[in-house]
Design a protein around this ligand. Sequence first.
Ligand code: NAD
Length: 349
Amino acid sequence: MHSPWDYPDFDDHEIVHFLTDRATGLRAVICVHSTHLGPGAGGVRFWHYGKSGDAVRDALRLSRGMSFKNAMAGLALGGGKAVILADEARTKTPEMLAAYGRAVERLGGAYVTAEDVGVGVPDLVEVSKQTRYVSGLPVAAGAVGGDPGPHTSYGVFLGVRAAARRALGKDSLAGLHIAVQGAGSVAGGLARLAAKDGARISIADIDQARAQKVADEVGGTVVAPDAIMTLEADILSPNALGAILTEESIAALKVPVVAGGANNQLATPADGQRIHQRGILYAPDYVINAGGIINVATEYLKDGDQATVQGRIEQIPVRLEQIWAESAVTGRNPAEVADAMAMRLIGRA
Ligand code: NAD
């Protein structure tokens, strides 16, 4: 049995709040890794875990990840994350969400909740009846807020361009071949922006029809899901799942650049070193995919309009450049450099 402080992913969390509400069946854990830069912000996941310890580990890892992501995006927010432990049937009731909302409220603003896997806008509307500390709610047309996907795509596009500049000496994506994994919200937006910039798109999704739709829109080609990672191309842009960069997959890559929006692309920290040793330029995922959280944060903090959001997203390639420059000077891999920068920003160097 682990002591909570000995959890490998505990990493000096400021708050770990375990909840049980017998009346509604709610079991949840709310984690706040750091409030150094502001309230710990991050979504709440609703998921069925085989073991409750796995839920705690997931919440801790995701919460720490949010500290890093928010800091590197230049936001006045710390990092936090919550997990609601679903039963096997994934029973979710308004009463359960209300109990969760009351718990968030009791933390007095140390944690700000939002959407994540299994939690959508209607759920957050229920939560918001109990707490002020919630973001990602429906907004009026023209106001900052709403679907973060297009903002994530825009940031990923700018990051892909920055990578093309650094690794390939290109000022635009014109004539470059991009292998896009996934054809969902982030991938679709990226494919459209890249194609408009002159890129040739190959795209794969386990949902073939989705891939075909995006391919038709951008004049691209559909590739089988198991072939996209080994396609010969100028850039691989992972925009589907996490943990896709492993010892085996890295050895098989046929691209000089990996830059995409999927969360947690590196299966382990050692894979950050492996991809670097192969001479492939890697864009740390939580830096390049921060466009969505930038939009969510600007909505929550009410500190800007759509032009502010755009200006903040345009800092993503600047931050990536800093990381790659430091990596070139120190020889440390970009993922490691990004983590060290984030630790400095949250006062934990
Ligand atoms: P989405 O659900 O719209 O799209 C994901 C797509 O990936 C789906 O079409 C799915 O069929 C496909 N997919 C799943 N497994 C696949 C596989 N093995 N091969 C090919 N395709 C596969 O999700 P999204 O919002 O576009 O998010 C994509 C990724 O970006 C996720 O990792 C997410 O965590 C990350 N992300 C999203 C945002 C955002 O604002 N939406 C922000 C930051 C990070």
